[in-house]
Design a protein around this ligand. Structure first.
Ligand SMILES: [Zn+2]
Ligand SMILES: [Zn+2]
Length: 314
């Protein structure tokens, strides 16, 4: 459970700027929790909400979903040691989801990483991993020789996902990938985490996709991206590529009204809105985000904020 009002009072103001880290559960009180590390959709970096990243923690094992810019600092702010991350899932290769993929592993190494990190993502994650080490070859090899650090390269084990299905099964969780369209990208995966305390589904960025409701059927928590259509015109005015950007946004994301349709059709217990587009427009209120969702969905709706935590079972 979360207390959003307490978090707002504690410093998460209207601008969404973080003042203090989330308060974590005492050991033994909750096995499973989600931490929303970065909630603003898109690659632009700002002083408000961080770029997309989510964390699931089950029995103290962190599973990182997406690595938008700022994810390393957000892990630190959340009180999660970066080297404790064991698994990384990249939903798709837009930079707001993978820009800090290699760097977060590097930052884990800088903080003493000694155990493997397994990463999964659409085709390209294996090549990106090789290229990352090539890019940083000088620094890595200098520090190995000069500082006696272990070689980090064998510690990052990447795997391309090329089809729907189970990508990871441990004693704690089963993670299943599901392809969903995000034009022009087709190699794009939603992820389902089946945990001892309930099922969590992350939509990835996605066009309105009724099949996603089947994938999320009966989930305890659905974390879905969202687009506030009335603000799109204002958003694209800020850019030189306005007309093209508007077409991309409308074709490849899900309006708040359609997010409600998905949540209702899936029958999820709790819907969390995140990956807000626009994520940095102070004139869009919490009511604006939920108004059209509620036309179709009558369950609990939570607006994610950076470092907000949701404990399971919900
Ligand atoms: Zn995105
Ligand atoms: Zn995207």
């Amino acid at each position: 459970m979360i207390d959003r009002r307490a978090m707002l009072k504690a410093g998460l103001g209207a601008a969404g700027i973080l003042a203090i880290p989330a308060v974590f559960a005492q050991p033994g009180t909750s096995r499973t929790r989600i931490v929303f590390l970065g909630t603003k959709g898109g690659p632009r970096v700002g002083i408000g909400a961080s770029n997309p990243a989510n964390l699931v923690v089950v029995n103290d094992t962190p599973y990182l979903i997406d690595c938008g810019m700022g994810v390393s600092r957000q892990l630190v702010a959340a009180g999660v040691p970066i080297p404790s991350v064991k698994y990384i899932f990249i939903s798709h290769h837009h930079s707001d989801h993978n820009l800090e993929y290699g760097n977060v592993v590097y930052n884990a190494w800088a903080a003493g990483l000694s155990t493997p990190i397994h990463s999964f993502g659409p085709k390209g994650i294996e090549a990106m991993t090789r290229t990352f080490w090539e890019l940083n070859k000088f620094d890595v090899e200098t520090r190995i020789a000069d500082e006696g650090r272990p070689d980090p390269r064998p510690l990052l084990i990447a795997k391309d996902i090329d089809a729907d299905g189970v990508v990871l099964k441990t004693s704690d969780v089963t993670v299943t990938a599901f392809r969903t369209p995000h034009p022009p990208i087709t190699d794009n995966f939603a992820y389902k985490f089946e945990t001892p305390d309930g099922t969590i589904v992350f939509s990835s960025d996605t066009a309105y996709n009724p099949k996603l409701a089947e994938f999320a059927k009966g989930a305890d928590v659905l974390v879905h991206e969202c687009l506030y259509v009335p603000a799109v015109d204002r958003l694209v005015l800020k850019t030189k590529n306005g007309a093209t950007l508007k077409k991309h946004l409308m074709d490849s994301h899900t309006s708040t009204e359609d997010v409600g349709r998905i949540a209702a059709s899936a029958g999820v217990k709790t819907l969390v809105l995140s990956h807000f587009v626009p994520g940095d427009d102070p004139t869009v209120t919490d009511d604006d985000w939920t108004r059209d969702v509620k036309k179709n969905y009558s369950g609990r709706v939570i607006l994610a904020k950076d470092l907000m935590e949701l404990k399971l079972p919900v």
